[in-house]
Design a binder for this molecule. Structure first.
Ligand code: MG
Length: 472
């Protein structure tokens, strides 16, 4: 057995032994203080882009260590395959079709959008506030940049960041693709905001990851005496790719690798701060991404590893994310091959914080506490894959049925309807290569019943993404 696996095996064994000796490891060090919670959310990071998830030329020692000390989840999903709906799903614990934060016409919000996450939605920050949490959003928001929709109107005490994607507000006349792959910050006149004020236009994006990290560290230090929730949503590695001087020509993987290695540095700084401030044994940190790699950008996009396709699609490469949970002393280190989703974070955090989940809302998330803090199986058995407002695929257990498939980016791609659906065994065939529908009628029937029930009970929210400030 290789050293790394042996160490993991021994750690898991000792945790299991501890669990069987009186109440479990998780409880033995339980602090009376409420847990702090940090979500580190990357933008367009592929499943295969970290060394701990198998990348051969991107070096991520801090994330590798985080995974070794925590739980590495290999079946963890974003709620959608593009930015805006995915972020809505994470923060509300609901499929974006319920909040209206998805559309067949415009897949994300743009600088001319006049809507955003409806006030009727309850975010993680709003759910945690009554339990005494201080809350901060740092980085990319992308749930509405106009005053009624900003983070400060959705339960966050403070906000610092760019309220949408870093490739927007391109100055007139510049070709989009070419400018993204030969980027200069001043060509993207995106706003950088503090709370509700724009403090810079076209900020130097080479300093973005570093500035977000410094803001995060300051927030942690300023809030060490009270419970806090920090949502750190990096703009990177979404194109245009920028990294600081210290990380230029840092990685064998080139510019994209430099960006990931700087994000890894950032994670290291945050975990180091938690250790130095003696908060590590009282803080849950989750690392994941909003959607898969933007393959259209070739070397400027990431890798989905073994998975098929990437951002924008309902294949695994679009929504399966490299995910790590870290909570020294509370989470037993292990590899988790059960299903989880960013939508599960809201109920999980509420359980951890002793906060109430939103009332009168249909939640699509499950409380993952029994998996994180014990040895239980995940309560999530099913995953729904929406593209815009249409349900394209359903996974139940190890099987996934595609009713519709469609490629993405770089030209028009037709919707392909499948009857019978394509069926893949994601255990044996994680790359979705071998359609086994012909031999598995019973499984298809079972998934079809789940799909029908879901659609019959669904109340879709009004589309918020097609509302423009200047109607066409
Ligand atoms: Mg994204």
């Amino acid at each position: 057995m290789p050293d790394y696996n042996r160490r993991r095996f021994m750690q898991t064994l000792s945790m299991s032994a501890a669990a069987s000796l009186g109440g479990g490891f998780a409880c033995s060090k339980r602090s009376a203080k409420r847990s702090n919670i940090i979500v580190i959310f990357c933008d367009d990071l592929g499943y295969g882009d970290l060394s701990v998830f198998g990348h051969p030329t991107i070096h991520t020692p801090n994330l590798d260590r985080m995974a070794q000390e925590g739980q590495k989840w290999t079946h963890f999903y974003a709620g959608a395959s593009v930015c805006t709906p995915s972020r809505a799903a994470l923060l509300t614990g609901r499929l974006p079709i319920r909040s209206g934060m998805c559309s067949d016409e415009r897949r994300v919000l743009f600088p001319d959008s006049r809507s955003g996450l409806p006030q009727s939605e309850v975010t993680i920050a709003e759910a945690l506030k009554p339990a005494g949490y201080h809350t901060a959003c740092i980085g990319k928001w992308h749930l509405g940049h106009l005053p009624p929709f900003l983070p400060t109107k959705h339960g966050f005490d403070t906000y610092f960041g760019i309220p949408y994607s870093n490739d927007m507000d391109l100055i007139a006349g510049k070709p989009y693709y070419e400018t993204c792959v030969k980027p200069r910050s001043e060509l993207f006149q995106v706003p950088l905001m503090r709370d509700e004020e724009v403090i810079e236009k076209g900020p130097d994006q080479t300093k973005l990851t570093k500035r977000y990290t410094e803001e995060a560290i300051a927030f942690i230090k300023n809030n060490k005496k009270n419970p806090f929730f920090l949502y750190l949503a990096h703009n990177m590695p979404h194109v245009p790719l920028f990294r600081s001087k210290n990380f230029t020509n840092h990685s064998l993987r080139g510019r994209y690798g430099d960006v990931i290695e700087e994000l890894d540095w950032s994670v290291g700084q945050i975990l180091l701060t938690l250790r130095k401030e003696k908060l590590a044994d009282n803080t849950l940190v989750v690392f994941t991404s909003d959607n898969g790699p933007w393959l259209w950008f070739n070397q400027h996009g990431g890798s989905a590893g073994s998975f098929r396709n990437g951002k924008g699609t309902t294949f695994e490469g679009g929504m399966r994310e490299p995910t790590i949970f870290w909570y020294p002393g509370r989470i037993a280190p292990r590899l988790v091959q059960d299903m989880g989703s960013t939508m599960d974070l809201l109920p999980t955090f509420c359980a951890l914080a002793g906060a109430k989940t939103p009332e009168n809302k249909v939640l699509d998330g499950h409380d993952l506490s029994p998996v994180l803090f014990g040895n239980a199986s995940s309560p999530r058995r099913t995953m729904y894959y929406y593209r815009g407002r249409q349900l394209y695929a359903v996974r139940h257990g190890r099987y996934k049925a595609h009713y519709i498939t469609q490629d993405c980016y770089g030209g028009p791609h037709p919707q392909l309807h499948h009857d019978p659906p394509l069926l893949y065994d994601l255990g044996e065939d994680p790359g979705e290569k071998f359609n086994i529908a012909a031999d598995h009628a019973k499984i298809l029937d079972e998934i079809e019943t789940i799909r029908k029930n879901h659609l019959e009970n669904l109340v879709p929210g009004e589309d918020q993404l097609t509302k423009r400030s200047i109607p066409r």
